[in-house]
Design a protein around this ligand. Structure first.
Ligand code: FAD
Length: 656
């Protein structure tokens, strides 16, 4: 046992290292071509006999379903909204990265790769990140061919802007609606396959269990959210593209329905959960304004291209910001990080905002005795570019801000504060995007992704579409080449067990008949997570959190009140199922955060910082992916996948 292990003894055990991530060897730039060539093919006639289940119709799931349908596989596509177009991806505002070098500012595949590895604080796999950068350019071509209306320059070329953590302009955008426009593109491609008969969609169906037969993923158990019917769907392979789990914090910028259930159920069936503690806290969100809130709103990072972030130099300065003279303002990001200024990565900008507010220099109304807000000011940009030009770039975001806060950002600076936004953790996958359960593939935010400990802005859409349009369609065939697999009868013991576990859990939730609402448990969990596993984590706080989460779980199952029945539209029941999984996930996140006694990216351990307060990594002990195996009712088992950097030198990040 190492020192680290002794510190968290009893909370987890350590299993064998993960040694085969299936990355091809050889020069980095050739690895993806090599893998595509070595992956076995399935001939078009045989594809028709193979059945693929895809859960999720966000950018990752819709693009995968459309592409695999086009390839000729039989695809069943599941999602809990009433239309694929309502997936959370629709909320993405700012843009999607691609190494096209349209601005001739010295961008390249290698630079995008380098920025992503560095931005992720050297906690991602080099081969995967390089592939992502390589594929990025094709995503834009695909989307343009579908008619996605990216912003264009006067001459007709696609326009670009900058996002945090980079010094080039490589972010393609469609005003502040990039996710929506990309999703319409993917959705149209999906609907084309529905019309062609290769894809069947199942709206308002929530996956509640994975079916594993003889060690392979062979299907899912879903609940029809309108009738309550519990259905079994079997196939040759299952893909989860079910998004992130930021809502474990209760308040986040995620869609209200975003949850962890699909991936958590798969985790309980053998899929390793990787780096669960890596959460992204986004610096530019509308601040919390009171106890009654159930949702936070993102103001896109693109705003940091032109907006300047500042707080008053003096604490408790409550003057109208327009009356505070320049000399009495602290443009703290420009001061501390002159090289990147307001475009430092999200983790750094978020912590800096927290620190100035902790010093009493925050702005806006007090919540819980502290002013938690900083200004994002467009006065300079409006003076330089004109109001019309600023409105053309950011108009819908400004309108949204005004509708929510009642303040006009063209006149007074916006107030922003960090909020939970994205989860870099997720199900562990190898280079083929296959999880530790054979036949279970994972795409988009649901996998532990290519972003290491911190995701750079505009890289999630890139990753989701890379996984769905380009990676999976070239790797899943290698698995399916062994199919079609033997048919699984509906009365197979593994199917019966999965159906029974869903039914008994629903019965238990409905039968508790306690006194507390599901939301009150979710809110309490979110408070614990934000307080102790949020922007700053300490050993003491995390230990406390684990204890409190365990108590909360016990109370939840004893005292939760879920009204209604299963055989109807029952949102309280849906939420109860999700919150039960969030509670279990929350505990694993805290154990993961506790065991990682270093700071890296979004995971800031107060005990591990440089003298000037920056995150201090410990590459000697923690340069690995932490892949957790479900430990039954006992303790989770940690499997480490070492991260080897052959191309990028691991250094302390500096954006100064
Ligand atoms: C406000 C906001 C703005 C953002 N802006 C940007 C941006 O500008 N650029 C960028 O790169 N990234 C951005 N992101 C991040 C990005 O939007 C997401 O990471 C990405 O869209 C996730 O896509 P996905 O396909 O993996 O999952 P999602 O879009 O979350 O889709 C999940 C799908 O899974 C389904 N599902 C989930 N669970 C189940 C279940 N149990 N049963 C059945 N179906 C299920 C849902 O119905 C849905 O179809 C933003 C995020 C937010 C919150």
């Amino acid at each position: 046992m190492t020192t680290t292990d002794t510190l968290v003894a009893g909370l987890y055990s350590e299993g064998e290292a993960l040694v085969d991530s299936k990355e091809p060897a050889g020069p980095l730039a050739e690895r993806w071509s090599k893998r595509k060539f070595s992956a076995r093919l399935v001939n078009p006639a045989n594809r028709r006999k193979l059945h693929v289940i895809i859960v999720g119709t966000g950018l990752a799931g819709a693009s995968a379903a459309a592409t695999l349908g086009e390839a000729g596989y039989q695809v069943s596509s599941f999602f809990y909204q009433d239309s694929p177009r309502r997936a959370h991806s629709i909320a993405a505002q700012g843009g999607i990265n691609a190494a096209k070098n349209y601005k001739n500012d010295n961008d390249s595949v290698y630079r995008l790769f380098y920025d992503t590895v560095k931005g992720g604080d050297f906690r991602a796999r080099e081969s995967n990140v390089y592939r992502l950068a390589e594929v990025s350019a094709s995503i834009i071509d695909q989307a343009v061919a579908q008619g996605v209306p990216f912003a264009r320059e006067y001459g007709g070329l696609l326009d670009n802007r900058s996002f945090g953590g980079v010094q080039v302009s490589r972010t393609f955008y469609a005003r502040g609606q990039t996710g929506q426009q990309l999703l319409i593109g993917a959705y149209q491609a999906l609907e084309r396959q529905v019309a062609a008969g290769t894809v069947t969609t199942f709206s308002r169906h929530e996956m509640l269990e994975l079916v594993v037969v003889d060690g392979r993923a062979r299907g899912i158990i879903v609940r029809d959210m309108v009738t309550g019917a519990i259905e079994t769907h079997l196939a040759d392979v299952v893909v989860l593209a079910t998004g992130g789990y930021g809502n474990v914090f209760y308040l986040s910028t995620n869609a209200m329905g975003s949850n962890v259930t699909a991936t958590w159920r798969a985790h309980r069936k053998g899929a390793h959960f990787a780096n669960p503690c890596y959460t992204q806290i986004h610096p530019t969100c509308i601040p919390v304004s009171g106890d009654y809130q159930s949702k936070l709103t993102l103001m896109s990072e693109s705003l940091r291209n032109d907006g300047r972030i500042w707080v008053p130099k003096a604490p408790d300065d409550t003057r109208d910001p327009r009356e505070i003279p320049e000399a009495e303002r602290d443009y703290y990001l420009e001061r501390i990080y002159p090289a990147f200024g307001n475009l430092v990565p999200r983790d750094i900008a978020s912590r800096a905002a927290k620190y100035v507010c902790d010093e009493g220099r925050g702005v806006g109304p007090e919540v819980g005795g502290v002013r938690r807000g900083v200004y994002l000011d467009f006065a300079d940009a409006i003076a330089r570019l004109g109001k019309a030009s600023v409105a053309a770039k950011y108009g819908n975001l400004f309108d949204m801000y005004q509708r929510i806060t009642g303040e006009d950002p063209y006149e007074v600076p916006m107030r922003i504060y960090p909020a939970v936004h994205y989860t870099m953790g997720g199900l562990w996958v190898d280079y083929d995007l296959q999880s530790s359960v054979p036949g279970l593939f994972v795409a988009g935010e649901a996998n532990f992704s290519d972003h290491g400990a911190n995701r750079l802005g505009a890289s999630a859409l890139m990753q989701g579409l890379s996984d769905g349009y380009f990676v999976l369609p070239n790797t899943i065939n290698d698995y399916l080449a062994d199919g079609p697999f033997e048919k699984v009868p509906a009365d197979h013991p593994a199917v019966v067990e999965a159906v029974e576990s869903v039914r008994s859990r629903i019965a238990r939730l409905l039968g508790a008949r306690g006194t507390r609402s599901v939301d009150s448990f979710h809110k309490e969990l979110g408070h614990i997570m934000w307080e102790y596993c949020g922007m700053e984590r300490t050993e003491e706080g995390l230990r406390l959190a684990i204890g409190r989460i365990r108590e909360l779980r016990e109370e939840f199952w004893r005292d939760v009140r879920v009204l209604g029945t299963n055989e109807e539209l029952n949102q309280a029941l849906e939420r109860a199922n999700r919150v039960a999984d969030f509670i279990d996930l929350g505990e694993l996140m805290c154990i993961d955060a506790l065991h990682r006694r270093e700071s890296c990216g979004g995971h800031f351990r107060a005990e591990s910082q440089t003298p000037d307060g920056e995150a201090l990594r410990d590459d000697e002990h923690f340069a690995y992916v932490a892949a957790w195996e479900w430990g039954g009712d006992g303790v989770p088992v940690l499997h480490k996948e070492d991260l080897n950097y052959e191309y990028v030198e691991m250094k302390q990040r500096s954006y100064k």
